[in-house]
Design a protein around this ligand. Sequence first.
Ligand code: AGP
Length: 611
Amino acid sequence: MCGIIGYSGGENALPILLDGLKALEYRGYDSAGVAVICKNAVRVVKTRGKLESLTQKLKESDFKGSVHCGIGHTRWATHGEPSDLNSHPHGTGCVCIVHNGIIENYASLKSELIGRGAVFSSDTDTEAAALLIDDLYRKCGDPVLSLIKASDRLVGSYAIAAVFRDFPGKVYAMRRDSPLIVALSDKGSFIASDIPAFLKYTNRYIRLDEGEIAVISENGAEFFDREKAPVKKRCETAAWTLEEAEKGGYAHFMLKEIHEEPYAVSQTVGPRVSDDGMPLMGIDELSDEKLAGLQRIHIVACGTAMHAGLVGKNVIEKLAALPTDVEISSEFRYKDPILFEGDLVIVISQSGETADTLGALRLAKSKGAYTLAIVNVIGSSIAREADGVIYTYAGPEIAVASTKAYTVQMSALYMFAIRLAYAKGKLSQKEAKDMTHELLYEIPKAIEKALALEEKCAHIAKKYVNSKDIFFIGRGLDYAMCLEASLKLKEISYIHCEAYAAGEMKHGTISLIEDGVPVFALATSERLLKKTLNNVLEVRSRGASIILAVREGFEADGEICDDVLYVPAVSELFMPFPVSVLLQLIAYHFSLCKGNDVDKPRNLAKSVTVE
Ligand code: AGP
């Protein structure tokens, strides 16, 4: 997520803005910038890279003396690669803004504004918002009104802070679906995307609500509603240390990122749904005609990304009846893969820098395959080298164990599978729209319901934390979930885990089952329920402790289960979303009970950029 800071007060604004951006660095970013009003002009200094580069650029600029009001930003690229020009702030000599979120209708706004003579210098969605506000301000002369009018035109999520040349000493802000907070101190007033930005100066803050406009100045803050009527606000006090604040009050980044999943899915799916509710690919080479001609798909990735690919395989084959292979990158790149004309290679990578996946991508390209990347980091190596890219918008994932990135990778694969099935005539337009609607609106709700079961997950973790071996069994999509659950649990709890196709246990592995060995059984498919329960009986009769995760509404026989998790019900094909959240929470609490470093588990790196 981007970081926003605004300040107005009696102190020199630049060091305070840089302080605030430093405190927001944990959010991950690829560029930074500030805008201040000095001698009746809006001055902007911004750069790709880290805050050190911005500080250096400020030193080199002819920008001297102290100023008392300004805005700052750390950018996590979503639209437009990381570059000086795409860095924030964006605007004109009259109005300048910083923005967090996604303006979904930026393209139409941009062409409308260009039609009225506006000149754009970046590839960002933010600049469209900035020039819209500038255009509206020039017509009405009122900063608050121009923001209110802009909010009527902007589609998507935003937290915006703005400075206006004609109103030095004031910072204006508004938000929709992206948080913004105001803080007041004896050093001046602040606007920020998160508490750490001003915690050094005060822990008292005021949350801006949807649709409200905030105006801060040296003397404090004013708030207005959409009718420009003053609004009274309540002050809160953050009882957090800086470190706790960076985690949004959660104990660990991993837990914070699991709780961000409903928002991450909405941010990833939302911009890819057409006005009439169809999934959009937005890539010419993946037009419906090209999709209809596909003969085979190869999904290539590592670790959790590969497990997301396994879910994608199940969904693509189910919906589009197109043969889909899933390959581990490090295997694919050294096996001389068989690729034919009409094959599509999809590489999946949260970081976009995984060496094995990058190597697999290059090999696929060298063999003439069209390559599509599903990546969470804009402008990363894999994103740049693939023929086509579907970006996920989970925001930076700080914890080494991947959670929200996995969920949004799944959501991108579901969107792809729905569009592919429609293009192949396997889904009607209504079916495609219904599934897209469920993905965009029902899945975030189901994830929220699963998050509410955290206490149950913690109880299960506590009960089995001293196990030496843990098994996960399931069939079909549940088996794909078992593989990811097993990886998640072992990589942060350090307990040996294995995932097995439920029907396969009796072919050897069942010899490992003895009294008290925990076996997690996933059973979310009506069609496979009985078969899976039979497999549960097989391991139960050899002494296993059974933790059964079933779809809400299924009958679970308490006699054969030691614990039952009822998974919030969505359409069967979408059950991986609530299931994965519960399994992530279970893994998290296992690690917590073991006293491990949840966010930085031993031996692991967030991005494996070596072979
Ligand atoms: C995820 O929990 C693991 N840390 C790891 O398996 C990861 O998914 C894998 O290294 C792939 O990383 P990528 O998505 O950045 O390519």
